[in-house]
Design a protein around this ligand. Sequence first.
Ligand code: GLC
Length: 679
Amino acid sequence: MLRRTLLRTLLAAGLASRAAVAQAEPDRCTTVPPAPSYRDWPRVTGPLQRDPAQEALIAKLVTGMTLAQKVGQMTQAEAAHCTPEEARRFYVGSILSGGNDWPAGRTAPPAGWLKVADAYWDASMSTDLPIHVPILYGVDAVHGNQKQFGATLFPHPIGLGATRDACLVERIGAATARQLRVSGLDYTFAPTVAVVEDVRWGRTYEGFSSEPAVVRHLSAALTRGLMGLSGPATSFPGVLTSSKHFLGDGGTDRGLDQGVNSASLQQLIDQHAQGYVATLEAGAQSVMASYSSWVGEPGLPGGKLHGSRYLLTTALKEKMGFDGFVISDYDAIAQLPGCTVTRCAQAINAGVDLFMVPKHWRMFIADTVDLVEKGEVPMSRIDDAVTRILRVKLRAGLFQLPRPSQRAGAGDEAALLARPLAREAVRRSLVLLKNEGGVLPLRRGAKVLVVGKGADSLPMQCGGWSLGWQSTDGTNADFPAGQTVLTAVREAVGPERVTFSEAAQGVDAAAFDAVLAVIGEPPYAEFMGDVAWNPLTRRPPPSGQAARETLELAARHPEDLAALDRVSGKGVPVVTVLLTGRPLYTDRELNRSAAFVVAWWPGTEGGGVADLLFRDAAGAVAHDFQGRLPFPWPRSACQVGTRSPGEPLFPLGYGLSYAKPGKVAALHETPGPASGCTD
Ligand code: GLC
């Protein structure tokens, strides 16, 4: 503080430069404030204020609705299973296109999406309600509008966590909102505000970090960027977000997706609730309940989050003061004891307001009407749910907006591209773990051998939730706006200086100045990405699976080590770039690399990787590494996260740079246990 005051005084006297003052000012974008500890669920005030005119219209609408119309408003159906005419007839309040739903076709242009969005909008505006209620259309825009063919995809949240830069993340949120508007979409099921404690979780990469303060800092920024909110208001110009998955999804035992979180109540509040406090403060109007469960505490019932009245209503709505709506996850109510996919009084009474029942939405409406008529769900709960949904639609400006194709930005294909911003984000997200002898940056005149299954693979660069859900069947053609690392390297040094051999077979590394190995994890999503075997995959544990139930890259993907073994020890430096949705145990791969860079799943702009690996044409350092680990890096195959004992190999926040190099000793390479990780 004193230093800053002194600098300001000197500046005023013309004796210090603005740069010196700026340097002294902690950068508000990348300075992560500490996460407060709370005695109880904290009361949160967001920028969106109650508007008496809105509340009066809501009361009028609710009073004028039949029970069936109210329940229709509480229903979210999937486009593939609900025509616009059905949406009109049943007063459906929201439509979604889940990970594998492309109503206009997988590679449809924005015009195709707009035609679909208009059809549902027109349907909602032609019901026999005295005042028409506009429909909401939601998708998962996890790292850009990945539903839209041709959109730039940004680094996944795990990579953005490495930047710790709230201003960058806010800009990405705004760019994502523009991409959604191009396609006529007004609701995204993001951000995931999970505090990820066990990186065996298949959704680790959808989170920013294992550090609650980083999650808090960046999830608020992404929410602001997506919603376009910057201060007190009664409506927001951007898209509706959904903070998810409430709560504790990243803290389940063994990192099992949809598993059980054994945290104490205090841990639940101080660790797992931080992203909700921050996003509600930023103005979030929708929260998605988690498939996972909480063990509960004496006097506080545990169980599935979707059925927890204590957490959804007492904690979130009453104590924290959340007055938006809670949405259920995809058919999640079917997992509650005594419930089916269409009939679940427990979830309604617990506080879920909008129900994601993609296929069975029609029976859900009928069953819920029956539950009310039988007295199992009070009308007051229905009225509260509809009030919340209408309040959010009014705050989203939906009642004033024209049909999707007539809105600002609709169909503007140029807005799908955000290549400079994405490339900057890639550069800022990369973490340098090792750089022996200053091998990096490479000179542009170098003769480079490129190997590894990730070198020329946009699907591997983009990871899960990229055009599809699992994104395991993708090809480079799925991402016409993308650039692979290989293409970017060819652009940097000249194609005549680059040889590519994916498996490093039939080539002699000694004939090159350097080898670049791009390796790592193929795409996955949700429970399909769990390291510990998860029965949700509906597959028996394959023989030998246990050995792969660790974080050891060499056990999970031996093809990468095989490629490194073919090119290392030839007197030529090996630079390894790891594409991954999580930290991994990589002793063997690190030992075979002179330099080692973690690129996470960087998205479509592979050029951002080349920007850091090579000097500029004049031989100077063009860009330096800024990324710092958002998770601790494993020292052993079963050091799976912040709950594991012992020191990590590299701590949270670690990251080398050209300006600040560091030495990495030879590593022990102890293989993981063949029986998998015991906890
Ligand atoms: C999925 C996910 C959720 C997503 C939803 C819609 O099962 O759990 O995060 O938003 O379904 O795709």
